[in-house]
Design a protein around this ligand. Structure first.
Ligand SMILES: Cc1cn([C@H]2C[C@H](O)[C@@H](COP(=O)(O)O)O2)c(=O)[nH]c1=O
Ligand SMILES: [Mg+2]
Length: 201
């Protein structure tokens, strides 16, 4: 293992480590009781604000996630913390947390660092990389809930599409993409083993 190149896993935050969609809906209903909302099963677009504008003509759902404390108070996705710790403990793997901040970054950027420290520990803070463009980050595997990830480069990573409310309908997978339904360590082990074998052939 000493000189062997490590397998790099990039892990997204919103919708993968942090439970974005259900928390958005819960907070939205608390903020605007009685206002029309989009049930999780009817989410379609990656950006919640696009769905609310197109389906309901509502233009300010962003007020929910631009508020101080929103990003820090997102609960972890089930099994995410354990899976992060497991991957991080493996000698053959290096983990990078790779997350896109919102454009109105005031609270988001600081709180993403705080979230990582709170749930994954102080050491993990140095593993966090914030970027709007994940294609320029090199890695072997990206675990991310966004179906179509575009940017300046052609990605070096294979994309595991992590299931979230907004992407359940998506099935038009590219050749470097497959679905990952949840944080199942046995599944992940087999998947990574398979990707490693493929890269050798
Ligand atoms: C689902 C969703 C996300 N956002 C924001 C939240 C994050 O800052 C980014 C997505 O980052 P990721 O690294 O790709 O997870 O976008 C949003 O503004 N609206 C949404 O509906
Ligand atoms: Mg995401």
């Amino acid at each position: 293992m000493a000189n062997e190149k490590k397998f790099r896993v990039l892990i997204d935050m919103d919708g993968v480590l942090c439970d974005w969609e259900p928390t958005f809906l819960k907070t939205y209903k608390e903020k605007w009781p009685g206002r029309p909302f989009i049930p999780l099963e009817e989410r379609k677009e990656f950006l919640v604000r696009n769905d609310y504008k197109n389906q309901l003509g509502i233009i300010n759902p962003n007020e929910v996630y631009e508020k101080e404390g929103w990003f820090l108070n997102l609960p972890p996705v089930k099994g995410a913390v354990e899976a992060f710790e497991y991957l991080n403990s493996r000698d053959d793997i290096e983990v990078v947390i790779c997350s896109a901040p919102i454009t109105n970054y005031n609270f988001c950027v600081t709180e993403k660092y705080q979230w990582v420290e709170k749930y994954l520990g102080k050491k993990a803070v140095s593993q966090l990389m914030l970027t709007k463009d994940k294609t320029i980050v090199r890695g072997d595997l990206l675990i991310d809930d966004k179906p179509l990830i575009k940017g300046l480069d052609s990605p070096s990573w294979f994309h595991a599409l992590f299931t979230a409310a907004h992407n359940t309908w998506f099935c038009d997978y590219s050749s470097n993409q497959r679905r990952m339904d949840s944080w199942d360590i046995k599944w992940l082990d087999e998947f990574i083993a398979d990707l490693k074998t493929r890269s050798k052939n």
